[in-house]
Design a binder for this molecule. Structure first.
Ligand SMILES: [Zn+2]
Length: 387
């Protein structure tokens, strides 16, 4: 290729050529558990400042700008090369090399390393150019500001959501063996069968189909049973015969297709974080009493509240995981602030109550239902408004 293309343009061209699917796949492998929206953007866990599989879904990637934006901690926009640097710096992984004198040393990742990584990852042929740190520049503020302006025009339109519907007929080809790790936690066989949970022998994962309120298959997540794969995220969208069954989790509530009639009758809904909590609820209290749903994250958005309101819900009980070591510690207040924000947002038109583990009946990061039905009932019956 011609020498006239400067390094900045070179990086720019690589970024511009990346398809949304390619970026999606990278985020899957980095443990971001991504979801795509309208083929224009991706929402991922904030792997820019959190370990894989953790962090909230506040890292956005926009296809029109080819930029990421982290809406929490980093509060910044950056490109794919910078994302790689952030991930590598966070995990403190370095580049090992032989220094002069025969010493084996490690240095932090730099931009040329990130470029090499991306080229290798996507099998892009490198141009025969020498890159040095000075030549490779990060996009400047003006450039980012311009891109973000374009992007905000686009994302304002994201309110109307139509989820892709999949044909789930193939699901019955996956076996339903006993899932002992889950049974040990208290999930009954009946609950597994009724939720159409299956086993994927090839990837060795538990297949969790997600349905919308009308029982239509909108996505499938898989919980890996292989310890080594957990580093890339415990839950991932499943890929079957090359088709990725991903869906925007935030525009649905897991389990609502099964619990909607009970919710309608009770005018109450319990909102958990993870799918497993719903399975435990119906295991402990019976499918006919199940009024649980799961946000599959740790946030409750307006869209989800509207879904519950459409069922005539008068009370929402937030039963999020205990994300604090001790009641009243620093982490607790951060966690409580999130609950207070939910209360402030919706509390004026719907009754919002919270399950708070003030007496440490649960373990760190436990769901309120993880310690069995008795503990759950005690917490549930003591539910309260935030202070
Ligand atoms: Zn971040």
């Amino acid at each position: 290729m011609s020498q006239e293309i400067n390094q900045k343009e070179y990086l720019e061209n690589i970024k511009n050529d990346l398809t949304l699917d390619q970026v999606f796949q990278l985020l899957v492998d980095l443990g971001g558990e991504p979801q795509t929206y309208n083929n224009s953007y991706i929402i991922s866990r904030t792997i820019c400042h959190n370990p894989p599989g953790q962090g909230s879904f506040k890292l956005y990637y926009y296809d029109n700008t080819k930029l990421f934006r982290c809406y929490t901690e980093c509060n910044d926009a950056f490109d794919i090369f910078q994302l790689i640097l952030k991930v590598k710096h966070l995990s403190k992984s370095g580049i090992t090399y032989w220094a002069k004198g025969g010493e084996l040393k490690t240095r932090p990742w730099d931009l040329p390393d990130a470029l090499t990584y991306i080229l290798t990852y996507y099998g892009i042929e490198a141009e025969n150019q020498n890159f040095s740190e000075e030549q490779l520049e990060l996009p400047d503020d003006k450039y980012i500001a311009e891109k973000l302006r374009k992007q905000s025009i686009k994302t304002n339109k994201e309110q109307s959501v139509s989820l892709k519907i999949y044909n789930g007929a193939f699901l019955k080809n996956f076996p339903q063996p006993r899932i002992l790790p889950w049974e040990r936690e208290g999930i009954t066989r009946e609950s597994i069968i009724s939720h159409n949970i299956r086993y994927d022998p090839i990837n060795q994962g538990i297949v969790i189909p997600h349905y919308d309120i009308n029982n239509q298959l909108i996505g499938i997540r898989e919980r890996t049973l292989i310890k080594e794969n957990e580093a890339r995220g415990k839950y991932r969208p499943v890929i079957i015969s090359g088709q990725m069954y991903n869906h925007p989790l935030t525009f649905n509530l897991y389990n609502i297709n099964w619990s909607k009639d009970n919710i309608r009758n009770m005018k109450k809904a319990i909102v958990f974080e993870g799918e497993k909590s719903c399975l435990l609820f119906s295991s402990f209290f019976g499918i006919d009493n199940d009024i649980s749903v799961a946000v599959c994250g740790s946030n409750l958005i307006n869209y989800q509240v509207e879904m519950l309101k459409s069922l005539g819900v008068e009370e929402i009980i937030i039963a999020f995981d205990r994300q604090y070591q001790e009641y009243g510690d620093k982490e607790y207040f951060k966690w409580e602030e999130k609950l207070i924000n939910i209360y402030k947002k919706y509390g004026s038109f719907i009754q919002i109550q919270f399950i708070l583990d003030t007496d440490h009946l649960l373990g760190y990061k436990d769901s309120p239902i993880d310690k069995g039905p008795e503990v759950f009932l005690e917490l549930f019956n003591n539910r309260k408004k935030p202070r």
